[in-house]
Design a protein around this ligand. Structure first.
Ligand code: FE2
Length: 218
């Protein structure tokens, strides 16, 4: 995909679901590190990192009132959010994106190894590899990023997150993907990513540009 288009979409996603540029960067960098570790070629790495940056692109099509609702979601609202892999895939197809890695990552990033994920309930090897890798990355980042209510950050949070990932290997996550990620982390290859914009330093305010606002919708 054209990098300018990816950038514009990423800004739109961040504005819409109030996620941060730092989260986007970290999941992109973790994806690159995992693929390099398994010897993926540059074309694949390029596509998968674009897919990682765009994994939640479908949230652009989910109403803000649901995405950023401070209270507990109703089952109906949760069902709407669970459609974001589908709306994201549809948006990419409508934009003539044909790269399988990008489409697979966006469409299947919430599937689980045991088939209990959403929206399709695919199981183990039926889930494309890039999406199995990404599920581990997204979970790890959610468990280790700075949040107002979390006291534990940095290495301690990472150690606990690795325990959680290992507990979920074979149920939530592809066991090989967990092993690969944990090995890389324990070798120290990912520590710099963990700390990327994640040391309590405030991230500069995000101001959506006009083109991003046009994409976001209500
Ligand atoms: Fe998602």
């Amino acid at each position: 995909m054209d990098p300018a288009t990816v950038h514009q979409l990423v800004k739109a996603i961040e504005a819409k679901d109030l996620s941060t540029a730092a989260h986007t960067w970290r999941v992109v960098l973790y994806s690159r590190a995992m693929l390099e570790a398994v010897g993926a070629d540059n074309v694949t790495i390029h596509a998968v990192t674009q897919g990682a940056a765009l994994h939640d692109v479908g949230k652009i099509d989910i109403p803000s009132a649901i995405l950023t609702k401070p209270d507990r979601l109703t089952p109906e609202e949760f069902a709407v959010i669970q459609q974001h892999p589908v709306t994201g895939y549809a948006r990419m197809v409508a934009m003539d994106v044909e790269d399988k890695h990008i489409l697979d990552l966006i469409r299947f990033h919430h599937e689980r190894w045991d088939g209990l994920g959403y929206p399709y309930g695919l199981k183990d090897g039926d889930i494309p590899l890039v999406a199995r890798y990404f599920a581990v990355i997204d979970a790890f980042d959610a468990m280790t990023s700075v949040r107002p209510y979390r006291h534990e950050v940095g290495e301690k949070a990472a150690a606990n997150a690795l325990i959680e990932l290992r507990n979920g290997a074979g149920t939530r996550y592809d066991p090989d993907a967990v092993r690969l990620f944990a090995d890389l982390f324990e070798r120290g290859s990912l520590t710099w990513i963990l700390n990327y914009f994640n040391d309590g330093t405030p991230i500069p305010d995000f101001t959506p540009d006009e083109s991003a606002v046009a994409l976001i919708g209500p």
